[in-house]
Design a protein around this ligand. Structure first.
Ligand code: C2E
Ligand code: MG
Ligand code: MG
Length: 403
């Protein structure tokens, strides 16, 4: 059978202590499905050693039930080593057990693809791998996903290699473009465009993240001013890191910049990930309140990836809730997850929060979001993040085809 997707860029690792199962799956991956390489490990220790030696491994497919270290422990070990690839479960166990493994992966923020039932079929493996995303040409990049080194990041700042892209956000009902989210990429002299998962976590470990935040804020406000001068008024969202939630000088900096660019505070949204809010409560509360007092909009990003409840986030002055793309994708696959999203939306609305759905990448997801009662959508189905120069042209086209 010919695969619908082109997986020739993908490197997989199969972890199963049953040799015949793992060899069978590895052969299927390479010979039938066409992945570039499939490594085999019969124990978690072997798997970790292979991951060390082969940072290009994108996907780990792991048996849940193994003799020594089982799949659950493997999930924890991957979390400890900050594995940034994708994880799939192979199992003949009951749905309940698989579901709790899935919950564990979610808590550990492992990119879980789902599970393949045993006996393994080619179509179930292909379906699972297709969740990684489109064909290689649609992928951000297909080279090793290793984090950048600190010196590369310092050089990136010094040599102005960072560039801010903007992903449009659209009102679900009117289909009007109401805003954009600023998303940063690094233009590497040899490797081309590099996406944030390879530099943000490393930058967050040093003060470099503050340099980046200030750079992005400046760019976003300057671009906002250009668009406003062209008669296009847009809400601009900027992601800020946990470091800013601990820096009491940050609000003053933002206010000064807004003044410099004559940007109304209400047109700037600062996004804070759900997990960052747990960091340092007293400073965070003061900083967020000060920003909010001046009219800056505050958004909870990636909601659904952590374990906070909306009630717990209530003490902070948030205006918006962004439902994470994985949460949305899961809602499409499972009724129970869908109910969770529905109740989060309902509660957010009752608390007066605007709701943004992230990761709307297909017509099906678009339709689902239409029924879930949110306000704004963002995702590849509308548009990928665009260069600042391309945005107004894109908006013109969008308006023309959505009249
Ligand atoms: P985020 O803030 O949740 O941004 C949304 C991410 O989802 C973006 O990834 C975007 O390209 C991606 N995305 C949008 N629509 C879709 C879709 O339909 N399907 C899929 N699969 N993905 C979609 P990106 O640009 O790679 O950024 C990843 C994360 O990096 C961001 O997640 C944000 O947390 C962080 N980030 C990006 N730029 C900055 C920055 O300047 N500063 C900070 N502190 N973090 C940043
Ligand atoms: Mg964001
Ligand atoms: Mg998000």
């Amino acid at each position: 059978m010919k695969p619908t997707y082109d997986f020739s860029w993908m490197c997989c690792l199969v972890v199963d202590d049953n040799q015949s199962v793992s060899e069978y799956l590895a052969a299927m991956l390479v010979e039938e499905i066409g992945v570039r390489q499939a490594y085999v490990a019969h124990s978690a220790n072997d798997a970790l050693a292979l991951l060390d030696q082969n940072p290009q491994i994108h996907v780990v497919l792991c048996d849940l039930y193994m003799d020594q270290v089982d799949g659950l422990e493997m999930i924890r070990l991957l979390k400890e080593r900050q594995f940034r690839g994708y994880f799939g479960i192979i199992s003949s166990m009951a749905a309940k057990v698989i579901h709790s493994a899935e919950q564990l992966a979610k808590i550990h923020q492992i990119n879980l693809l789902g599970s393949i039932p045993k006996p393994i079929s080619q179509s179930s493996v292909e379906e699972l791998l297709s969740r990684v995303g489109g064909k290689p040409k649609d992928k951000p990049h297909s080279r090793p996903e290793t984090p950048l080194k600190i010196y590369e990041l310092i050089r990136g700042i010094e040599k102005h290699q960072f560039e801010v892209f903007y992903q449009p956000q659209v009102d679900i009902i009117s289909r009007r473009v109401i805003g954009v989210e600023a998303l940063t990429r690094l233009k590497h002299p040899r490797h081309g465009l590099i996406y944030p998962h390879r530099f943000i976590p490393a930058m967050e470990k040093t003060s470099l993240i503050s340099d980046l935040t200030l750079f992005v804020l400046d760019h976003a406000m300057r671009d906002w001013q250009h668009w406003a001068n062209d008669g296009v008024s847009l809400q601009v969202s900027v992601n800020i890191s946990p470091v800013e939630l601990n820096n009491l000088d940050f609000p003053e900096y933002v206010l000064q910049r807004l003044k410099q660019f004559s940007m109304p505070a209400e047109q700037l949204t600062l996004e804070v990930t759900e997990s960052a809010i747990e960091a340092d409560a007293s400073h965070t509360l003061e900083i967020l309140n000060r920003l909010s007092m001046h009219g800056i909009q505050l958004s909870i990003d990636d909601f659904g990836t952590g374990h906070s409840s909306i009630e717990r986030l209530r003490k902070y002055p948030f205006d918006e809730l962004k439902i994470d793309k994985d949460f949305m994708a899961n809602a499409q696959r499972s009724q129970s997850e869908r109910t969770l999203v529905e109740s989060s939306v309902g509660l957010a609305k009752r608390l007066g929060l605007k709701v943004v759905f992230e990761g709307i990448e297909s017509a099906d997801l678009y339709q689902m979001s239409d029924h879930l009662g949110g306000d704004i959508i963002q995702g590849f189905y509308i548009s990928r993040a665009l260069r600042a120069d391309d945005l107004l042209g894109w908006i013109d086209n969008w308006r023309a085809s959505n009249r």
